[in-house]
Design a protein around this ligand. Structure first.
Ligand code: FAQ
Length: 313
């Protein structure tokens, strides 16, 4: 078929709400777009383990430690599903990691902020996983089959993550005045970076046009950010905390909250690698990757040996 016909057939399939699968024909731009987004998503899951990993040894109880450990291990699993989904598009794991280490591939800006105390574990679970769920529930309906199916599994686990964070915040908010202050300060620190997770305003988002046409994204950055705000402001009120936005106000006519503006200059600085922890996060990942080389070599050698045994038998 000519490319024009193929393109029409491809778009028609998307418009019929049928999934695109790895062996289907797809335009090079669609493949490239997906590799960029899925790999950025995978890197975020894995780099996102660092700010929470920082608190495993200092969790305030055995229960808190077990819950946090389970949550962080889930994030590693999410990274693996997503790397596998990206690999079905014809890129290798080595190339994906090379792009992360060279700075070509991004990961979510939120993970370049430090986690200063235990209340931050609550705020990260509640707000960061909360924002991730809003985005990922929408991505369950994305047009690429492996990404969509990965999202279904991931969303089931993310809702536990959000609740464990909210539980920490609720407990601290009704604790001593000092604990309540810590919870409020964690909310103050993480609120604006969490809103940045949804990306730039739609008018400043170069990828949204194609993403919506190809149904990679089902809702825009601003639509998802608004959904998150509308849900979360009320959750804060329930536990007696206040979001740090003096312009936050319920708009009866629109049926949603009006809110203040993100500091976009700070956002862009963090995205461009100049956030408080960008260098530290990448260094740590590179070091762990180098130190794990012997495990990968051993696993590959074992798999090869099993394969040759099968061939002999
Ligand atoms: N940070 O044109 P758009 C989690 C970049 S997982 C860094 O709007 P797009 C679980 C963007 O890549 C959280 N960069 O781009 C967890 C693009 O640059 P590029 C991760 C950002 O793709 C919790 C440029 O700006 N979730 O939290 C950010 O249409 C706790 C222009 O932007 C996902 O990755 C940002 N915040 O929309 C784990 C969801 N925003 O690539 C551990 C999947 C924008 O052209 C612990 N991704 N950029 O060089 C998406 O939904 C989309 O990629 C968006 C951005 C919405 C992030």
């Amino acid at each position: 078929m000519e490319d024009v016909e193929r393109l029409e057939a491809f778009q028609a399939k998307i418009d019929r709400e049928e999934k695109i699968e790895p062996k289907d024909w797809m335009p090079a731009e669609y493949r490239k777009h997906l590799i960029r987004q899925i790999s950025q998503h995978a890197h975020s899951e894995v780099i996102g383990m660092q700010p929470e990993g920082n608190w495993i040894t200092r969790a305030p109880s055995l229960r808190a430690k077990v819950v946090l450990l389970a949550k962080i291990q889930d994030e590693a699993g999410h990274g693996l599903y997503l790397y596998c989904a990206a690999e079905t598009l014809g890129i290798s794991r080595e190339e994906l990691l090379e792009q992360l280490h060279s700075g070509k591939a991004k990961y979510s800006s939120i993970f370049n902020y430090p986690t200063l105390n235990w209340a931050d574990m609550g705020a990260v679970g509640w707000l960061v996983d909360g924002a991730a769920i809003v985005n990922q529930v929408s991505l369950q309906r994305t047009s690429f089959g492996p990404y969509s199916r990965g999202m279904v599994r991931i969303c089931k686990e993310e809702s536990f993550h959000q609740r464990q964070g909210y539980e920490i915040m609720a407990t601290m908010a009704k604790g001593t005045p000092e604990q309540k202050r810590m919870a409020q300060e964690a909310l103050d620190r993480i609120w604006w970076p969490a809103l940045g997770m949804f990306g730039p305003h739609d008018k400043d988002s170069p990828n949204t046009g194609n993403a919506m046409k190809w149904k990679i994204k089902r809702e825009t950055n601003d639509e998802l950010r608004q959904k998150f705000i509308d849900k979360t402001v009320q959750q804060a009120e329930v536990i007696g905390l206040t979001v740090p936005d003096p312009d936050m106000k319920w708009n009866e006519d629109k049926g949603q909250y009006d809110h203040g503006e993100i500091d976009w200059e700070e956002f862009m600085n963090v995205v461009r690698g100049k956030g408080p922890c960008n260098a530290q996060r990448l260094e740590h990942h590179k070091k762990a990757h180098d130190e794990g080389r012997w495990v990968r070599d051993a696993a590959t050698a074992y798999a090869k040996k099993q394969q040759s045994k099968k061939q002999v038998a």
